[in-house]
Design a protein around this ligand. Structure first.
Ligand code: AMP
Ligand code: MG
Length: 341
């Protein structure tokens, strides 16, 4: 049975006057049905997911195109798979030589290392070898051997990623090591999008990069995926104003074997998929990159070890555990609603 437990002191309180319902269309839309407000949506693939921009008013199509250009630029730098990307080149030269990388890459890697330390290694961008092993396992629905898992586990290590700000290089110390920005890249891209939209003076927008959401202007509803239902069906929703809302879910990509679920979020300490009791972690705060890294990290750490990190940073959360309970932090009281948005 689903129930709520309020964990923190109320940090802030929202008073709702109007609730704006945002439709998700599977096509480009430019509507003037409401004469007071123009709405434009652009959908494009990047970071292995579907990315949606909904913009209100102004010169939306050309602004959306500029944002998309920037996001694809970041995708090309951060991709784990594309041979020209900074990440691919760092991985290829692991144990060999430092690689000259873009400032964006250096910045995200350095923040990723800081989040790695803050989560005591639960969020670890150097766990790329284990991540890749389990991605292949999910694809083939086959559990890797203990030997393979131990081999990949031994290849992670936050201290092995050497960043040189002056030389603008990144280097992995040991051969076979791999960095993977899959747990943080969309957050940085969403923050960049919000920055650009402010530059373009867009007053109201909804950015959704595969579950990494930023709302700009006015109160907006953001649905929280029901982990037991198909993609797009929400278990609950929250109403937020000018916030980032980021969800990480162990339900997202995985398979069942002999009653246990194996998925794509890795516990770097064991080399196995995280088994913290959390099915999904939704965080609400100011920076999508911060929330992205912490949501992935808390999937690994679990509720008890994760909540103090959130409290420290004044981040609110909706946690869904594998026994079906939904818990929210106290700051979301009054803004959290069960059901479909
Ligand atoms: P997210 O959807 O933000 O939780 O990111 C999941 C992705 O992050 C995975 O598909 C991997 O690419 C990567 N990843 C998996 N486990 C970890 C981890 N423990 N720390 C950092 N990144 C991870
Ligand atoms: Mg993440």
């Amino acid at each position: 049975m689903l129930f709520m437990e309020f964990l923190f002191q109320t940090l802030y309180c929202f008073y709702l006057n109007v609730i704006i319902i945002i439709g998700f269309y599977q096509y480009f839309a430019y509507s003037q049905s409401d004469m007071r407000e123009k709405v434009f949506q652009k959908i494009f693939p990047a970071f292995g997911t579907v990315n949606s921009l909904i913009l209100y008013g102004g010169d939306c199509p050309s602004i959306a195109e500029q944002v998309k250009k920037r996001i694809l630029e970041l995708h090309r730098l951060f991709s784990f798979f594309e041979p020209e990307s900074d990440i691919f080149r760092i991985n290829k030269q692991a144990g060999r030589e430092p690689v000259f990388v873009h400032r964006d890459t250096l910045y995200v890697l350095s923040r990723a290392l800081a989040f790695g330390r803050e989560t005591q290694g639960a969020f670890d961008v150097t766990a790329g070898a284990a991540g890749r092993l389990w991605r292949d396992a999910v694809r083939s629905a086959q559990i890797p051997s203990e030997r393979e898992i131990a081999g990949c586990r031994s290849l992670s290590g936050l201290g092995d990623l050497i960043l040189d700000e002056a030389a603008e290089t990144a280097f992995l110390r040991r051969r076979g090591q791999q960095v993977d920005l899959g747990g943080i890249a969309k957050g940085y891209a969403a923050d960049e999008t919000a920055r650009l939209l402010k530059e373009y003076k867009v007053n109201k927008a909804l950015v959704n990069f595969g579950g990494t959401v930023i709302t700009i202007g006015g109160e907006q509803k953001v649905g929280i995926q029901n982990p037991y239902q198909k993609n797009g069906e929400s278990a609950a929703y929250i109403v937020v104003e000018n916030k980032a809302v980021v969800t990480s879910g162990t339900y997202e990509r995985g398979f069942f074997f002999e009653g246990r679920r194996y998925h794509h979020i890795i516990d770097p300490r064991t080399g196995w998929p995280a088994d913290s009791g959390l099915l999904s972690v939704t965080l609400v705060g100011g920076s999508a990159m911060e929330l992205d890294a912490l949501a992935t990290g808390i999937c690994v750490l679990g509720e008890k070890r994760g909540l103090p990190l959130l409290e420290k940073r004044r981040i609110e959360a909706v946690l869904i555990s594998d026994d079906g309970e939904i818990r929210i932090t106290r700051g979301l009281q009054g803004n959290f609603f069960m059901g479909i948005k």
